[in-house]
Design a protein around this ligand. Structure first.
Ligand SMILES: *Cc1c(COP(=O)(O)O)cnc(C)c1O
Length: 391
């Protein structure tokens, strides 16, 4: 065994130089604007729960910022994904395609919708689904029939495709939509990490049939806990609103519901927090872009490691910065994690690939070699906006 700690020390020193301090957490929200004022107003109004003006104001604010016809605020991103799949017709026992390199919530939502994840590989260029590889898998394994796309190995219907914009970096939605069209499978964008990111001129989350945001405390904008479903389709939006609010038929006093539905509407008090956060979003994105540039400068002289960056024609919100170890250095990841965390610089590996966890190990999948390789080489580094912000 080598006792050489040169790489670990060099990486620690470069992170510290980029963030301009000795210690840092991985990601913390900035709550320095109107957050207290708006939540106070929500409390004073007496409307703290699923009815109230802040929910509407927050939704209209999202719609105008993103340039989408409908934003429907929900309790979290996971439930937004679950509801999206249900609305697009995913049924019990179906398979839904999703990347193996993603946060567990993506696949959990598929299971909550009574379907099964079909794990596919990701690409080293944007860390999202490798659409070329997926297309050849479908060529060899799937068949279009009258009842939909059928996986010939499992005989199950493949009724949905979730693409995920990893760490805020947009995937190639032209390719994603072309593949969806070719195979007749609707796309849901898991844009949980990517509020403010754009593919060409369009915000991500608006290019699939439905897109889902998360406002968990670790995301670029937080409502404490929360999410939103985005769509340009009036009918889908109507279904989202209805099914997220128990499908109650509007009436002055009567409790009558048109079907079994969910209680997924975002509470007013969370929306008040979110509205204040949206006022800070341009500043958060500017700060994150600046921080990303600092990481790039700081690591520019290292050949063993590179700072992961956006692809041409796509604008990332740079939610979470990642450095990627060269293929010959993947055995150093554990040492790097230990050295940096011990020194107070909170770094994290990417997610454990989902198919490697027991409860997902029997699910259908393609070859996942790039997913497994990348999971051994990605190191997420401190990325809070306040590290470079003026305030
Ligand atoms: C955060 C996140 C979610 C889930 O969001 P919650 O609001 O925590 O339910 C889903 N997918 C990805 C990729 C995420 O990062």
């Amino acid at each position: 065994m080598t006792t050489d700690t040169g790489l670990e020390d060099a990486v620690l020193e470069r992170i510290r130089s980029a963030i301009g301090r000795k210690e840092a957490s991985l990601h913390e929200p900035m709550l320095y604007g109107n957050e207290i004022e708006y939540t106070r107003q929500a409390i004073e109004s007496g409307y703290v729960s699923s009815v109230g003006e802040f929910v509407d104001r927050f939704e209209r604010c999202l719609e105008s910022y993103i340039g989408v016809k409908h934003a429907i605020a929900v309790v979290n991103g996971t439930s937004g994904l679950q509801l999206s799949l249900r609305i697009l017709g995913v049924a019990r026992g179906d398979e839904v395609i999703c990347p193996a390199l993603t946060f567990a919530a993506t696949a959990n939502a598929i299971v909550h919708a009574e379907a099964l994840p079909l794990f596919v590989d990701v690409s080293e260029s944007d860390l999202g689904i490798d659409f070329e590889k997926l297309d050849s898998f479908l060529e060899s394994t799937a068949e279009r029939t009258e009842s939909g796309l059928i996986n010939k190995m499992t005989k199950r219907r493949i009724s949905g495709l979730i693409v995920m914009h990893t760490f805020g970096h947009p995937v190639d939605m032209d390719r994603g939509c072309a593949l969806s069209e070719k195979w007749g499978v609707p796309v849901v964008e898991d844009a949980a990490e990517a509020l403010g990111s754009r593919f060409g001129d369009h915000h991500v989350g608006t290019l699939g049939r439905l897109g889902v945001l998360s406002f968990n405390g670790n995301k670029i904008v937080t409502t404490g806990g929360g999410g939103a479903i985005l769509t340009n389709d009036d009918t889908l939006a109507e279904s989202c609103r209805k099914l997220s609010t128990t499908a109650k038929i509007p009436h002055a006093w009567e409790f009558r519901h048109s079907e079994v539905a969910f209680n997924f509407r975002m509470p007013n008090i969370n929306a008040a927090l979110g509205l204040a956060q949206m006022e800070g979003l341009p500043e958060f994105i500017g700060a994150k872009r600046k921080l990303h540039d600092r990481y790039r400068d700081s690591f520019s002289d290292m050949s063993e490691i590179r700072v992961f960056s956006e692809s041409p024609g796509r604008t990332s919100n740079h939610w979470l910065n990642a450095v990627i170890l060269g293929k010959n250095h993947s055995h150093r990841l554990d040492d790097l994690l230990r050295r940096t965390n011990d020194a107070g610089v909170k770094t994290r590996p990417a997610w454990t690939p989902l198919h490697l966890m027991d409860h997902f190990s029997t699910m259908s999948r393609t070859d996942l070699s790039t997913t497994e390789d990348l999971a051994r080489r990605i190191l997420n580094v401190p990325s809070s906006a306040f590290l470079v912000s003026r305030r």
